[in-house]
Design a protein around this ligand. Structure first.
Ligand code: SF4
Length: 65
């Protein structure tokens, strides 16, 4: 599974890093950063989907299943 992250939409609430810390972290300027190329580690698919659905800015989307 791979996710796409649009940094221009991120407002920095940090919800993604809370629910899926294997893929997202909060950068030094308070906005999200991808820890991978968007690839979700096996077993974390549900967490990644939760990050997609909980991002208030719709900055994250599923690129491929
Ligand atoms: S949940 Fe969305 S808006 Fe919030 S930090 Fe993550 S990508 Fe940015």
């Amino acid at each position: 599974m791979k996710v796409h992250f649009d940094a221009t939409k991120c407002s920095g609430y940090g919800r993604c890093a809370e629910v899926c810390p294997s893929v997202f972290s909060m950068g030094e300027f308070g906005y999200a950063e991808l820890l991978t190329d968007g690839t979700v580690p096996a077993g974390d698919e549900a967490k990644a989907r939760e990050a997609v659905s909980e991002c208030p800015e719709k900055a994250i989307s599923v690129l491929s299943e």
